[in-house]
Structure formats: C-alpha cells, structure tokens
Ligand binder design. Sequence first.
Ligand code: NDP
Length: 312
Amino acid sequence: MAKSRVLVVGGTGYLGRRIVKASLAEGHPTFVLHRPEIGTDIEKVQLLLSFKEQGARLVEGSFRNHGSLVDAVRQVDVVICAISGVHTRSHQILLQLELVDAIKEAGNIKVRFLPSEFGTDPARMGHALAPGRVTFDDKMVVRKAIEEANIPFTYISANCFMGYFVGGLCQPGKIIPSTESVCLHGDGNVKAIYVDEDDIALYTIKTIDDHRALNKTIYIRPPQNILSQREVVMAWEELIGKELEKTSISEEEFLSIIKDQEFAWQVGLGHYYNVCYEGCLTNFEIDEEEEASHLYPEVAYTRVKDYLRRYV
Ligand code: NDP
C-alpha cells in the first residue's frame, strides 16, 4: 500500500519539526505548510528550507486565507496539526476550526485529521479547575467540530513531554535538573507518564496508515516511563551519584500559589496540579489496543533515565 501523503501544519514548532522529521523518515510524501506570516523569521525560514532539502514539499498557506488552506489540504491524505497550545508560549488551538472548515470543503477525499492535542486526554478533563481547563475545553471544541463534520480522525494523547517534565524533575518553571535540590509535589508518589518528543512524533506517524487508530484516541504510555516524581528524581540521583536535598509542597499550598500568578502561569500550574497531585494521566485504565507502545512494539522508545543522561 502506498504511504499516505501528509501535510504538517505548525511544522516549525517544537513538536511539529519532529513530526516532519518522523514523516520523512517513515517514507511518507511530506508537505509542510509555509505561512506567509512568518515573513523574515530567519529561524523558521531556514528550518523550512532544511525540510525541503530532506525531501519535504513546502506549501504556501495561511489561516487568514481559507482558499489557500483548502488547496493545501487537497494535496494530501492526512493532515497533522501541531499548532501551539501552551499558554506560557502561545495558544492558538481554536485556529484549527479554520482547518476543519478547509478539510470539510476539500472533502473530495476522506482526509484523516490529527488535531493539535499531544497531552492529557481532554475528554477526561471535564472536572479540571479554571483557568487551566481552557486548554482542554478548546481542544474539545475542535474535536466537536471534527466529529460534526464527519472527518476521520486520530487523537494522540502523549502525556508529558520529557523536555518539560523530566528535564525539570517535574517542577513547573524548571527545565534543567538541579544537582542540589528538588521540591516534591506532596509525597512525590503520584505516577505520571513521560514521553520523549521524538518518540511522540514517531508514534503519531505510525498511527496514520493504521486502521486500528481510525476514529480513536491513541494513548502513548510506554510502560517503563510510568513513574512517580520520586522515581524520576531517583533516576537522576543515580546518574549524578548524589542524593538531592528534598523539600515538599502540599496540595493546599500549591493551589494557593496558583491564584497569585498571571493568567498564562495559572493555566500551566493548573496542568501540573492535574498531573502531579490528581494523577490525571494514570488514574484510568485503557485497552492494549489503544496504547501506542503496544501497537508499535518496533519503536525502541527512550527511557526516562536515558533521557536524563543529556543533562549530566
Ligand atoms: P509551538 O509553541 O512550538 O508552536 C507550534 C506552531 O504553532 C508554530 O511553529 C507555528 O507554526 C504555529 N503557530 C503559532 N502561532 C500561530 C498563529 N498565530 N497562526 C498560525 N500558526 C501559529 O507548539 P508546541 O510544539 O509547544 O505545541 C504543540 C502541541 O503540543 C499543542 O497542542 C500543545 O498543547 C502540546 N504540548 C503538550 C505538552 C505536554 O507535555 N504534553 C507540552 C507542550 C506542548 P509555523 O510552523 O507555521 O510557524
């Protein structure tokens, strides 16, 4: 079977660039949206050119120009969107409604759409506190539009990006592990799930020609990477051959600190609360058939301890 043609939207982003790389590596004809709005952003332009050198095709298109999005979508079988969705960086999740309209209009072929999700499953976050819940609510608005338009989809629940969570030993606002100290969330024993960003991209690409992932949420839960904060810290301590000084912040203290932050940080800290105190990533069961490392055992995923070696 010929490999699907893939359009990556948000291809120069933190995750998007990895999705482009994985799509090319897996042999998919790969198209990357080139938005005219990036103008003279030399980093983005150079990255796009490097994709072209590696065999990708650049397609000009803008969220401000519906026709250009329709034209871009008409060239492919699968659209993967990795548009921004972290408030402390940029959050443009609802712009994807334009993309849904374009896919609907292009509708001559049944294009599968993978919207920008790649985190906590928003369908399980109806209880989340404001304002952090805005991320989940917006992602659900996009899901609703996709499903109402009968667009085939796959939703990727990627859990915690390692760069943020493992790099910072699960502490918000930190992305490099200290060799001196760490602050634990409560007793530090709540389990979360950590995934290397390149692995997220590869698993994502693996789903697109797989009928088992059609119209489903696929969870990335590499079994060796389901760990508590204490276990992540222990892996780091083993690598540096030293025990860190540990303090702890209670659930009540953490919640009270959130209130004093600016909006973007309230959202981000809300997510850390969901993950590190509530255990929202691990407090439910899934079937094997919904789990990426089970579906694609050929992917040699990165273990937390191996990821941490880069910081030694
Ligand atoms: P980035 O912040 O790196 O942005 C991705 C892309 O969004 C940009 O490169 C750009 O695309 C596009 N974009 C930004 N602003 C606009 C705009 N105004 N109009 C059109 N396009 C725009 O995204 P991330 O890689 O950090 O996030 C991708 C997804 O991953 C999100 O859904 C996010 O929620 C999720 N995530 C999950 C995490 C986790 O731990 N589970 C952690 C971080 C993110 P272009 O290339 O065209 O310039």
